[in-house]
Design a binder for this molecule. Structure first.
Ligand code: DMJ
Length: 657
């Protein structure tokens, strides 16, 4: 009887594995599974890599009306299934393992079934080799940045030079939005050094940041970019340094006096003018770090830029005991949320911050909206505010109702496989036939909410594109089955989803995906002094730019994918990744609202009934008062009690010092 059960088990195992493998035509564990599966959807129709490129921007719809793939059909028409039902979500506040288990390190679970069954499929030596390759990739980029570019913001990896803001051309937003003349790449890379266990370099880098980086610069930067790349990194590194458990090795800094936290505060205060004089509460997209909002500034902002500040601003507020930062970021989220369509529940991608009118009515999962959704969920995970989860759940339902096309189930049924398209936020009508590479983050977000099956499917679609080009084109036209926009700036999104899906399934298929990505990065993007942006995913020509997210995200996720025993997975601490890939531990401190206790008029007791010392004026030490006085927001404007930042409050609140 036993051998029968064994045979049956093996047959079932093989069938199950095929279900995953057909998604990617044959790539998978090297156990004789390299078999091609008949595909009834777009993957096999992808144009040859050598084929001609499509025009710079794709067609909007297909002439002659609705025909062709079912992605062209609106949801609920005969050619498609009715809109997919969203998997049951837990109630707000319920953080059971089924739901938040994928916040890493939270569950001390042993190898799951997949792992046990397939552990031979990706040999440990190969995994170690890939981990070392990912580490080497980071080290090569980082060392070259330090040797040839620091203290400038970015490395030009082909000419081995540094790059700062484009002072000669202020309209060059591609550069100036991101590069603030504040050693961006060094700052952005800090926690990757820690995650890789390189304590000596981490300590050296932190000291360099403390001693050399200043935000008192005449640089006009995008609030969003400065927040996710710089503010987020400073906060992440500060938490790593002050973590009493030190899971990554000794990352403490001798005589550390919260300098990174103060720098984060300094930067955030310089960003605050973006939230002033806006009629809707939605922030201006750009500020000058010295002078505030430029007089000739644009009143239009993308939704993700304005509505994805809550994680970093919320952490800062809760560490400092100053509600101002969280309050302005939350006000922006709510203002955007209130502008959603009454009919579809969708938001557009560009809005006027004074009138609240939608300038860009496109609703999708990629550029302009991606991290807005991400931060609704991640804010809830970090801070436990129910309204964030409620907004996220409603947004996710609208996404399923209007953006998701194709068949209902990932692995079965008639019609094209599921795909998330770009639609008009008011009508739900298709607006174009491309998806962008930023959208590849979405399967990772779906893993966080437990919608793993749909995540597997969408990820496979993106991976199929990667396999075809050895990179992800910035935009891919699913109707023409060819890239619409051809560059690939070393973005992390597909790796991020691959990593999170591996954590969720432990299926070695995702290790193969990671290996494939690593190898194509080595082959097509490695240049003399680092890794270069692919200018053209077909002819593989390169551009002399290595964006900071390559070190902070792409390399980090690749490394973590193969580093099974990393403290991020093992420490017993739950870690969450910001949208720039910075790690933050999810703990009770961040779920408290310090200002309620410290600033209540009656005061005197915390929630546990312990008495709280309210400092007297002579006891208070004001931090950063000199540089920020002009830009400290006006209490009336924010209609909140405005607080200065005091050392004692930081001490008592966070207990980190
Ligand atoms: C990064 O700065 C962040 O991941 C952001 O959320 C989106 N864009 C880049 C990477 O592509």
């Amino acid at each position: 009887m036993q051998w029968r059960a064994l045979v049956l088990g093996l047959v079932l195992l093989r069938l199950g594995l095929h279900g995953v493998l057909w998604l990617v035509f044959g790539l998978g564990p090297s156990m004789g599974f390299y078999q091609r599966f008949p595909l009834s959807f777009g993957f096999q129709r992808l144009r040859s890599p050598d084929g001609p490129a499509s025009p710079a921007s794709g067609p909007v719809g297909r002439p002659g009306g609705l025909s062709g793939p079912s992605w062209l059909q609106p949801p609920g028409t005969a050619a498609t299934q009715s809109p997919r039902k969203v998997p049951r979500r837990p109630e707000p506040g319920v953080c059971g393992p089924a739901h938040w288990g994928y916040v890493l390190g939270g569950r001390d679970r042993g190898p799951d079934e997949y792992e046990k069954r397939y552990s031979g499929a990706f040999p440990p030596q190969l995994r170690a080799q890939m981990r070392d390759l990912a580490r080497g990739m980071f080290v090569f980029g980082y060392d070259n940045y330090m040797a040839h570019a620091f203290p400038q913001d970015e490395l030009n990896p082909i000419h081995c030079r540094g790059r700062g803001p484009d002072r000669g051309d202020p309209s060059n937003l591609n550069i100036n939005d991101v590069l603030g003349n504040y050693s961006l790449t060094l700052v952005d890379a800090l926690d990757t050094l820690a995650v890789m266990g390189n304590s000596s370099e981490f300590q050296k880098a932190v000291k360099l940041v403390i001693n050399t980086v200043s935000f008192d610069k005449d640089s006009t930067v995008q609030v969003f970019e400065a927040t996710i790349r710089v503010l987020g990194s400073l906060l992440s590194a500060h938490r790593i340094i002050t973590d009493s458990k030190q899971p990554f090795g000794d990352m403490t800094i001798k005589d550390y006096d919260n300098e990174l936290l103060y720098m984060a505060h300094d930067l955030a205060v310089r960003l605050l003018p973006a939230f002033e004089n806006t009629k809707t509460g939605i922030p201006y997209p750009r500020v000058n770090l010295k002078t505030g909002v430029p007089p000739d500034t644009n009143n239009e902002t993308c939704t993700a830029g304005a509505g994805s500040l809550l994680v970093e601003f919320g952490i800062l507020s809760r560490l400092l005991g100053d509600s101002t930062f969280e309050w302005v970021a939350r006000r922006a989220v709510k203002a955007l949320w209130n502008l959603r369509s009454n009919d579809t529940g969708l938001l557009g991608n560009v809005v006027n911050i004074q009138t609240g009118h939608w300038v860009g009515k496109q609703s999708g999962l990629g550029a302009g909206l991606d991290s807005f959704y991400e931060y609704l969920l991640k804010s809830y995970i970090l801070f436990g505010e129910k309204e964030d989860l409620e907004m996220f759940n409603a947004a996710y339902q609208s996404i399923q109702n209007y953006l998701r096309r194709g068949r209902e189930a990932c692995n079965e049924g008639e019609g094209d496989p599921p795909l998330y398209v770009n639609v008009n936020m008011f009508s739900g009508q298709l607006m174009n036939t491309w998806i962008d590479s930023l959208q590849a983050f979405f399967p990772g977000l779906q893993v966080l909410i437990g919608d793993v099956e749909d995540a597997i499917c969408l990820h496979a679609f993106y991976y199929a594109i990667w396999k075809r080009y050895g990179a992800l084109p910035e935009r891919y036209n699913w109707q023409l089955q060819a890239p619409d926009v051809l560059f690939y700036p070393l973005r992390p999104e597909l790796v991020e989803s691959t990593y999170l899906l591996y954590q969720a399934t432990k299926n070695p298929f995702y290790l193969h995906v990671g290996m494939d990505i690593l190898q194509s990065l080595e082959k097509y993007t490695k240049v003399k002094c680092g890794y270069a942006t692919l200018h053209h995913v077909i002819d593989k020509s390169t551009e002399d730019r290595m964006e900071s997210f390559f070190l902070s995200e792409t390399c980090k996720y690749l490394y973590l994918l193969f580093d099974e025993d990393n403290p991020v997975h093992k420490s017993g601490t739950r870690y969450m990744f910001t949208t720039e890939g910075h790690i933050v531990s999810v703990d009770e401190h961040l779920r408290e609202l310090p200002w309620k206790e410290f600033f209540s008029e009656e005061g005197g007791q915390d929630q546990g009934g312990k008495s709280v010392h309210r400092p007297q004026p002579h006891e208070l030490k004001v931090i950063n008062s000199s540089s920020n006085c002009n830009r400290v927001p006006d209490e009336r404007r924010y209609s909140l009690p405005l607080k200065s930042i005091y050392m004692r409050q930081i001490d008592q609140m966070v207990g980190l010092i």
